[in-house]
Ligand binder design. Structure first.
Ligand SMILES: Nc1nc2c(c(=O)[nH]1)N[C@H]1C(S)=C(S)[C@@H](COP(=O)(O)O)O[C@H]1N2
Ligand SMILES: [Mo]
Length: 393
């Protein structure tokens, strides 16, 4: 914090240089990323991650706002200890007036509430072939909350962003090692995104009208409407304005779309906005083990949610024959919650037999969901359509 204040130009905030040497023993416990071998099942390490980082039970798609405890959770390292009474957020680097704000100081700014659908960039990873070995999400890494806090642009205006600043770097209070790099969790946003009012980035202190739960970033987190989850830095303790694009691990190494499985020199494209996706509440009732759905013959109401970070959802289509034919669903308008998912519904005339239900969203930018996997090495942004096996009898 002090260092940021003293330096005229901060390129990479203290404590993080990609490729910085770490003790050999550390590297022994923190292997490079890898792709699962052909036929390799999900292993104990992925199971351990999946048990910590839970998804949204798909039946909870029925709620506009995800009820407490049902919003997905993704935590790279540990949930840090946080004492609200002693928490302070520092704003430094290329600003005219460095700030150190406690929670009372942040609450003195005008408060706004935005309903925002958040989705992990790794959602869909475990459905890829070959499978990148990491948090093995199927389709359920999503949730919607009413986030209350201070518009980031107001805090940055109070600090006075200097003209040569190009990015704001956000630091969380959590610390860990990832693929041999010891680090605090850090991400950046371009200054234009950080100071914009559409979408308006929040420094949030409340979720659904209550203080943030520990796993969702207590006492402060960033909320960046329309962006994949990695941008919404939790346990936010420091904002640093810098004059060159941030090259920390979570920016330049992780969260890149790299099409090639093994080219070490491919920098890839940055992961930013959420690709369109529709999900359905699986109809009928499930088999405990296979999760196959059982429905009775006749009209079966189908419902779910659809969203995109690129625009509103313009169209949702449902297929009962694995994507050969499609029927339009009704879609709720995006207003008044532009950054939240939209409800959709339709009726499926179920006939006896086995079926695979599929749903696909298309946004106002014309982006849609593929029937085939969009593969990349990190397993990001896989918005291939959901498949719901149903037995009608
Ligand atoms: N400090 C910090 N912020 C973080 C993370 C983290 O591990 N540490 N995980 C990110 C990722 S990858 C996602 S998907 C979202 C998840 O937010 P949630 O757990 O509140 O749903 O938080 C983001 N913010
Ligand atoms: Mo994520």
């Amino acid at each position: 914090m002090e260092r940021a204040r003293d330096q005229a130009s901060v390129q990479v905030p203290a404590g993080e240089q990609v490729g910085e040497p770490v003790p050999e023993q550390v590297r022994e416990v923190s292997a490079p990323g890898r792709i699962a071998a052909p036929g390799e099942d999900i292993g104990p390490e992925e199971l351990a991650l999946a048990a910590r980082n839970h998804g949204l039970p798909l039946e909870a798609l029925r709620y506009d706002v995800t009820p407490p405890g049902l919003h997905y959770v993704l935590v790279h390292y540990d949930i840090p200890a946080a004492d609200a009474a002693r928490w302070s957020l520092s704003v430094g680097g290329l600003v005219r007036t460095p700030l150190s704000l406690d929670l009372a100081a942040l609450r003195a700014f005008p408060a706004v509430t935005h309903r925002v659908t958040m989705e992990c960039a790794g959602n869909g990873r475990a459905r890829l072939t070959p499978r990148p070995v990491s948090q093995p999400w199927l389709v359920e890494a999503v949730g919607t909350a009413d986030w209350t806090g201070v518009p980031l642009r107001l805090v940055l205006a109070a600090a006075g962003v200097q003209r040569d600043a190009v990015e704001a770097v956000f630091t969380g209070a959590d610390h860990g090692i990832e693929r041999g790099v010891e680090q605090d969790y850090r991400r950046s946003l371009p200054v234009a995104a950080a100071t914009g009012d559409d979408p308006e980035v929040l420094i949030a202190y409340a979720m659904n009208g209550l203080p943030l739960p520990p796993q969702h970033g207590f006492p402060l987190r960033l909320v960046v409407p329309g962006w994949y989850g990695m941008a919404h830095v939790k346990w936010l303790r420091e904002i640093t304005l810098v004059d060159t694009p941030f090259t920390g691990f979570q920016q330049a190494v992780a969260y890149r779309y790299r099409r090639s499985a093994d080219d070490p020199d491919d920098p890839g494209e940055p992961v930013t906005l959420i690709a369109p996706r529709a999900l359905m509440v699986p109809p009928g009732f499930p088999d405990f083990m296979t999760r196959t759905r059982v429905v009775r013959p006749g009209p079966v109401p189908l419902e779910g949610r659809a969203w995109s970070g690129h625009g509103a959802v313009a169209r949702v289509e449902v297929s009962a024959d694995g994507g050969r034919s499609w029927a339009r669903a009704e879609v709720a308008p995006p207003q008044p919650h532009r950054w939240a998912w939209q409800a959709w519904s339709c009726v499926w005339p179920a006939a006896p037999g086995r079926h695979t239900l599929t749903v696909r969203a298309t946004d106002t930018e014309g982006r849609t969901q593929p029937l085939e996997q969009p593969w990349n090495r990190g397993g990001f942004g896989n918005n291939m359509v959901q498949q719901v096996p149903v037995m009608c009898c």
